[in-house]
Design a protein around this ligand. Structure first.
Ligand code: RIB
Length: 303
């Protein structure tokens, strides 16, 4: 069977990653003993994950006309990601993210969007045919929201499999948008923002929140739960999948790895449950290593 074509629409960033013992409080200065630059951006990370795992993948996004943008594109191309629809914005800088990682591998991230803002609604309109010529379309929320809405509208009207990773959360998400989504993939904090009544410490409450998102229109909701695995809910089923317990070094991009891997398995005709197991294995391996894209596994590394 020929693999389905995966299209990622989203951000491309350079990450500056600082390792800390613990995150600072408001007004506090803490010292970091090391930092490094790494390739990131939720869109680029998801494309990287899908590319490294052997997917037939392309990306729509925007970088600046600087060395960071060139490095990102050549790196994605080296793993087989088609970057011919990445806009190079003149006079803009490539998006930058400051990522802090504590000694338990937890992260917090600040993104300066910059060139990602040029992946706007008019650029999406220009790339309508690219969306219509793909099979699986995966989008996040680090590009302008109206561009996301338009991309979802085009993909859904053309009968594509549409996945939305609502990261970072936006209060602009409407039930109208959710109705066009085949797979909504929030993490616990995004679920809490979407469904404020959820107690993220209680699986039953997480399930209730996910069910509510299904009743609001999303066909399937997959909540990523970090070391607890994930929970898949649709109108007929509920399934909790565990992942292997590992020593977590850096969780940056783990959700992106999960989303990209899930698309690859779907593109190969796997059932949803098997696709979730595959995505769980890929992201679990990724958290044992440093960085976002650097940490993502190749197909040969997965048992
Ligand atoms: O999901 C992780 C990513 O979020 C980082 O790579 C950073 O660039 C931000 O986009």
């Amino acid at each position: 069977m020929e693999k389905k074509r995966i299209l990622i629409i989203g951000s491309l960033n350079t990450d500056i990653v600082l390792s800390l013992k613990r995150m600072p409080e408001v007004g506090e200065t803490v010292l970091s003993d090391s930092y490094y630059f790494s390739l990131g951006g939720k869109g680029a990370n998801q494309a990287c994950s899908a590319g490294k795992l052997g997917g037939r993948v392309s990306i729509i996004g925007s970088v600046g006309d600087d060395d960071f943008g060139k490095t990102q594109i050549s790196s994605l191309e080296s793993i087989g990601v088609d970057c011919s629809n990445v806009r190079i914005s003149e006079g803009r800088r490539t998006g930058m993210a400051v990522v802090t990682v504590d000694e338990d591998g937890n992260n917090s991230i600040i993104v300066s969007s910059s060139a990602n803002l040029d992946c706007d609604i008019s650029y999406i309109e220009e790339k309508k045919c690219v969306i219509e010529n793909s099979d699986i379309v995966l989008i996040q929320l680090e590009i302008p929201f109206d561009a996301v809405e338009r991309a979802v509208e085009i993909a859904s009207a053309a009968g594509k499999i549409v996945l939305l990773n609502p990261a970072p959360y936006s209060e602009k998400i409407t039930d109208g948008l959710l109705k066009k989504i085949d797979y909504l993939i929030p993490n616990e904090s995004e679920l809490k923002s979407l469904e404020p009544d959820v107690d993220i410490k209680q699986l039953k409450s997480i399930e209730a929140g996910a069910r509510n998102l299904v009743s609001r229109g999303a066909k399937n909701v997959i909540v990523t739960l970090g070391k607890e695995g994930c929970l898949w809910v649709n109108k007929d089923e509920v399934l909790k999948l565990d992942v292997e317990d590992v020593q977590r070094v850096d969780t940056t991009g783990a959700g992106d790895c999960f989303c990209g891997a899930f698309c690859v398995a779907l593109s190969e005709g796997e059932a949803v449950k098997d696709a979730l197991v595959f995505a769980g294995k890929a992201s679990t391996l990724a958290v044992t290593r440093k960085g976002a894209q650097d940490a993502m596994p190749f197909r040969t590394e997965l048992k």
